[in-house]
Write a protein that binds this ligand. Structure first.
Ligand code: GDP
Ligand code: IMO
Ligand code: MG
Length: 428
């Protein structure tokens, strides 16, 4: 199974980092194909905990070549900070490849992200403030700066000056901020070029050749299906394609080379930032999930909004992504609940709706229709076989599997690398 895509099925933070790490020993390349340092993946290896943002989680596996492909927006300062921090902890980061076509995040993107959010006031999206949206906006507007531009100072100057022309008018006249000079941006970018040079590659060519040679490539999505700019809860989304199709456009590996699509899904639901969330809980059950699941953002530290499992969302993810396998995470967090509600459909203005509504207004007004399942109180963190789980936990998994329209091949029972129940081999 040479090309595998791994994405989030909900609103992010499903445990994609841990799932990638789980496959790390069996893959040759791990590719980050979308997003930037808005992502936050926590991976626990033995007694060591790693928090990754811009780098793919696969960097923690010694044999893996990590790749940042063309679909990513790269904050170069963050890139080097993250590489240095990992190297200081003994992780080999020497194999990293970065696409010449990836776009960069500069000071003006970070500033614009923050000031536009402030300007939106109550209507704000709750972005991570990392400059992600403004950098992708420049890419689509054809005024972005790409990694390859850093190696031609003349071109770089032309492009930065061109981009800043309009932006400085906006920063100064609309937002009352100081103008950013082309020189400060260019000097900052050029200070990294020599360190960056050996990593820069035609990553599409590298990955396609690797697949030709029978190597295994894992595409690791940042964010998740419901945050996808096309298929998520627009405008409360991130600015990239976090769904499986994004792996093809974001890497230059064609869709017909992709063999498997693994979606990571939590045994309940969380969301960071604003936007609709039908199963969100505002009572002590939500507090229970947040404290048991330690639901605080890896990137911004914000408390995550928490709610019950939403089967229409899992079904939607199965459809949009072509999911072959689900990895269900954090089942252990539900331990101790007497009853576990699962959203099976929505009530929209008195009408039962079984699928995620295409109209955002309908989704905003969707009230979950719940089915309740009996809980369990036994500690499940030691379970390694499906039959080790209490019968009520087994039944919960089987019920949501049936509703979610793809098999649940692995079940997370704790944050550790080995705290997992594997039902089907994810690569076969
Ligand atoms: P990602 O953004 O999808 O990679 O997910 P995050 O790392 O932001 O959030 C997932 C959190 O859940 C991390 O702190 C993981 O260590 C943790 N985690 C992953 N799988 C499990 C699991 O099965 N059980 C528990 N209790 N924690 C888990
Ligand atoms: P991982 O990869 C959860 C959310 C932000 C905000 C919206 C837009 O760890 O699952 P952005 O800064 O991307 O323009 O913010 O998207 N968001 C995430 N939420 N997990 C993430 O990544 C996220 N990346 C962005 O909170 O609502
Ligand atoms: Mg995360």
């Amino acid at each position: 199974m040479p090309a595998i895509v791994l994405i989030g099925a909900q609103w992010g933070d499903e445990g994609k980092g841990k799932a990638t790490d789980l496959l790390g020993d069996r893959v040759d390349y791990v590719v980050k194909f979308n997003g930037g340092n808005n992502a936050g993946h926590t991976v626990v290896v033995g007694d060591k905990k790693y928090a990754l943002h811009l780098l793919p989680s696969g960097i923690l596996s010694p044999g893996v070549t990590p790749v940042i492909s063309n679909g990513v927006v790269v904050d170069i300062e963050v890139l080097f900070h993250e590489l240095e921090a990992l190297a200081a902890r003994g992780v080999d980061v020497s194999k990293l490849l970065v696409s010449a076509n990836a776009h960069v995040i500069t000071a003006y993107h970070r500033t614009l992200d923050k000031v536009t959010e402030r300007f939106l006031g109550k209507k704000q999206i709750g972005t991570t403030g990392r400059g992600i949206g403004p950098s992708y906006a420049d890419k689509i507007n054809r005024v972005g700066i790409r990694i390859q531009d850093l190696f031609d100072e003349g071109i770089l100057r032309q492009k930065v000056e061109g981009a800043l022309d309009l932006k400085n008018h906006i920063l100064v006249k609309v937002y009352n901020r100081r103008a950013i000079t082309a020189d400060e941006v260019i000097d900052d970018l050029l200070s990294y070029t020599e360190r960056l040079r050996p990593m820069v590659a035609d990553t599409s060519l590298v990955l396609n050749r690797a697949l030709d040679e029978g190597k295994t490539v894992l595409f690791e999505g940042g964010q998740a299906t419901m945050l996808d700019v096309d298929h998520g809860t627009y405008p409360f989304v991130t600015s990239s394609n976090a769904t499986s199709g994004g792996a093809a456009t974001g890497s230059g590996v064609a869709p017909n080379r992709i063999d498997r699509v693994i979606a990571v899904v939590k045994a309940y639901t969380t969301r960071v930032g604003a936007g609709p969330f039908p199963t969100e809980l505002f009572d002590e059950s939500g507090e229970f999930l947040r404290s048991q699941g330690f639901e605080f953002g890896t990137t911004t530290g914000r408390p995550r909004r928490c709610g019950w499992y939403d089967a229409p969302i899992a079904r939607y993810s199965a459809r949009i992504n072509g999911v072959t396998d689900f990895v269900l995470t954090k089942l252990d967090v539900l331990t101790g609940l007497e009853k576990i509600p699962v959203c099976v459909a929505y009530d929209v203005e008195g009408v039962r709706v079984d699928e995620v509504p295409v109209s955002q207004s309908d989704f905003h007004h969707a009230v979950p229709i719940y089915e309740e399942f009996p809980g369990w109180s036994e500690d499940i963190t030691g379970a390694r076989e499906f039959s080790d789980l209490p019968i009520n936990a087994q039944n919960y998994v089987l019920a949501i599997e049936k509703m979610s329209k793809a098999r649940i091949s692995a079940i997370g029972v704790g944050p550790g690398r080995d705290e997992i129940v594997v039902r089907h081999d994810l690569l076969e």
